[in-house]
Design a binder for this molecule. Structure first.
Ligand SMILES: Cc1ncc(COP(=O)(O)O)c(C=O)c1O
Length: 396
């Protein structure tokens, strides 16, 4: 017998991981592919973070910790939330999980019953709709356009509310668009959530990566009635170049944290004790690593945007945060590149990978089929060559 549950049969594989896997395979076969599909900083994990992990191993810190995370890490997260976000939490309101992705899955599991609706903005990060469906809830997808800066208005959200609406998922700065909500825009959504008694799931994993002086604000900071309904999700992956270490966390009311800790206690238990110790060092350590990385991302963003803007058939919306650019490529549909007809962003990405050796992710998996996503978490040199190749491919 070969049986798979209806639940898993409904999952689409992550398109970002799929293109990344194909790219890595081509590179392994010796093909000179320039990879713009990565969802992770190209910087190495800071030395003091690695040293803390080695120390943890040598000290025998290799056993189970409490399922919701070790107390020193939960305290370090509380310190960080106070310092960086102006939020007061106690360690028993923090749950540490195996990456922000796992934190988000725990949140949907904990808050949603089958049939509950979760407001989700498109373009969205590929995993949200899949996770929401996996828990039996329904993603209510609301489209935001480049003209509106890829940001939803409260009116757009209000129109789609029903008695089954449980939560709004927010992701600012956004993967894939790089949009960053202003404090005023966030506050308006917060008021709407209070008015309609909704949870706010605020994925702030790219909070450190903002440019042009825009202000990144935690939505939970708009007063106690907002904080009480907000689940702030964050993690070590992006800000500390620690994608492989798998540490994410949530800050919530205690009753939610208790429920998530119980869920985690019966499923994965604690994330790696070693990664937890490394995270304590990261959160207590100097900010110069992050500042340097973000300065470099800004330089690359400016460059890649200027090159993309010069290409025919491509419309760029300047990203204000994260490390992605998400241009509209529908101007290329109907054209022929290297003898192949382009009818969608999927074929465009396939042709660019196979013919120009440039790996770019189609917007389909992000709910935006007229777009492609390029990550500039790669060296300036590679960005330059990649843009040259792209220019040559589009020129004929
Ligand atoms: C918007 C967003 N949220 C959450 C995550 C999860 O990151 P991790 O599980 O590595 O902490 C990612 C990773 O790509 C992301 O882009």
């Amino acid at each position: 017998m070969q049986h798979l549950s209806a639940r898993v049969k409904g999952i689409s594989p992550s398109p970002t991981l799929t293109i990344d896997a194909k790219t890595k395979q081509m590179i392994q076969e010796g093909r000179d592919v320039l990879n713009f599909s990565a969802g992770e900083p190209d910087f190495d994990t800071p030395v003091h973070v690695k040293a803390a992990a080695i120390e943890a191993i040598n000290q025998g810190y290799t056993k189970y910790t409490p399922a919701a995370g070790a107390l020193d890490l939960r305290q370090a997260i509380c310190d960080k939330l106070r310092r960086d976000n102006g939020l007061e939490y106690q360690p028993n309101q923090i749950v540490v999980s195996n990456g922000g992705k796992h934190s988000l899955f725990n949140v949907y599991q904990t808050l949603c019953d089958p049939g509950d609706e979760v407001i989700l903005q498109a373009p969205y990060w590929v995993s949200y709709p899949e996770m929401i469906r996996l828990v039996g809830a329904v993603p209510v997808i609301i489209n935001s356009t480049a003209e509106q800066g890829f940001k939803l208005t409260p009116a757009q959200i209000e129109e789609r509310l029903t008695p089954r609406t449980r939560a709004i998922t927010l992701n600012s700065p956004s993967n894939p668009t790089g949009a960053v909500y202003t404090p005023a825009e966030l506050e308006a959504i917060a008021r709407l959530a209070v008015k309609h008694d909704l949870y706010i799931i605020s994925d702030e994993i790219y909070e450190k990566m903002v440019y042009d002086g825009v202000e990144q604000r935690s939505i939970a900071s708009f007063g106690p009635e907002v904080k009480a309904r907000t689940i702030t999700v964050n993690g070590m992956s992006k800000a500390f170049a620690m994608t492989g270490w798998r540490i994410g966390y949530t800050a919530t009311e205690k009753y939610i944290a208790d429920a998530m800790a119980a869920l985690q206690g019966q499923t994965t238990s604690n994330p790696s004790s070693i990664s937890q110790k490394a995270s304590v060092a990261g959160l207590h350590g100097p900010a110069d690593f992050i500042n340097r990385m973000v300065g470099e991302f800004k330089r690359r963003r400016d460059y890649i945007v200027s090159r993309l803007e010069a290409l025919p058939g491509i419309k760029v919306n300047v990203p204000k945060g994260a490390f992605y650019v998400f241009p509209n490529v529908s101007g290329l549909f109907g054209k022929t590149i290297r003898g192949r007809k382009i009818d969608s962003s999927d074929t465009l990405c396939q042709v660019l990978l196979e013919e120009a050796l440039v790996a770019v992710v189609p917007g389909t998996g992000f709910g935006a089929p007229e777009h492609v996503r390029l990550s500039y978490a790669t060296s300036m040199e590679k960005i330059k060559s990649g843009m040259d190749r792209l220019g040559a491919a589009l020129a004929g």
